[in-house]
Design a protein around this ligand. Structure first.
Ligand code: BG6
Length: 298
């Protein structure tokens, strides 16, 4: 069966390989697992809550309508990363057979009321359509945000992708030199000077307005392990919590799991996107394996 649905989860399986599949939890429309030929591509905490009591720690949580915390008017009361990741989405069904594609939807009626009510006055009318497309060697996730209201409103979007790796000590992320970066730990903006991003401690950076022609590659011991392509998502958050920060997160297990993950998070977060009534906005990421190292300078 290419599509299996339980009360909580939708799993789609490649028609050509029963071991290539993706699982989406309706809570948050969070992707919790993506395997290519039985090999897991995403990191998921073994203590992640999958019962709707907390956003999922790992996989691909969806961040809307705010990234992090914001003091901007209408956003100041929203909790970190908004309400998309802690609302239960509706499964809309299959939209394509080849590549296998399914969709999920969220609107104000199903949005987590405690959090949704804190976005502006809690009366922004919106529709989110989340599309998941599975190929034998890639996963594409796309979002369409529509303003179904009679007034304009604004938002951030981000795919909070936790990629699985063997060891962060051996990992680099390329194609970011020369890019403007806001370091969330130093609280400073600077130009990235390193030829590749390497990891020696907690790292939490927002690379801003990175041309979407730039491929982001996660390289381990000289080998490309993940490629991330973006459409209409100019910003890239790179995050690894390292030992102390993950020790403080109750749902982060095993405690040394930070060795095995790196978050490469494509989004639109350096400013808000404004949508007028009737307007829509789309963004997408595609993750695929392998490939040779491609160096793209600024
Ligand atoms: C990242 C942020 O996107 O998400 C980090 O850059 C944050 O600052 C991390 O710590 C995890 O956030 P949360 O809310 O899932 O613990």
């Amino acid at each position: 069966m290419p599509i299996e649905q339980t009360e909580t989860t939708v799993t789609i399986t490649s028609p050509s390989n029963p071991n290539t599949k993706v699982s989406v939890l309706l809570y948050g429309a969070s992707i919790t697992s993506w395997t290519i030929d039985s090999v897991e591509q995403l990191w998921l905490s073994s203590a992640a809550k999958l019962d709707g009591s907390k956003p999922v720690r790992g996989g691909i949580p969806l961040v809307f309508p705010v990234f992090g915390k914001s003091s901007a008017e209408g956003f100041e009361d929203l909790p970190q990363h908004g309400f998309a990741r802690n609302s239960t989405w509706e499964f809309l069904g299959q939209t394509k057979e080849n590549p296998l594609t399914v969709q999920f939807g969220l609107g104000p009626e199903a949005a987590n009321p405690d959090v949704y009510s804190k976005w502006d006055k809690g009366d922004n009318d919106f529709t989110l359509i989340f599309t998941v497309e599975l190929k034998d060697d890639s996963l594409k996730t796309s979002i369409e945000v529509s303003n179904t209201d009679t007034k304009p409103w604004k938002f951030n979007w981000l795919f909070h992708t936790y990629l699985k790796i063997d060891d962060i000590d051996d990992t680099l992320v390329n194609n970011l030199p020369g890019e403007k970066c806001y370091d969330q730990l130093l609280k400073e903006t600077y130009e990235e000077k390193a030829p590749a991003v390497d990891f020696n401690g907690e790292l939490d950076r927002i690379y801003q307005n990175v041309d979407t022609s730039k491929l982001l590659q996660v390289i381990e011991l000289g080998k490309v392990v993940h490629n991330v392509e973006r459409e209409n998502l100019p910003d890239v958050v790179v995050w690894n919590p390292w030992d102390k920060k993950s020790a403080g997160m109750a749902d982060f297990e095993p405690k040394d799991g930070w060795h095995n993950m790196v978050c490469i998070e494509p989004g639109h977060v350096h400013d808000f996107v404004t949508l007028k009534p009737g307007e829509s906005w789309t963004g997408a990421q595609t993750i695929y394996k392998g490939d040779s190292i491609k160096l793209q300078s600024i």
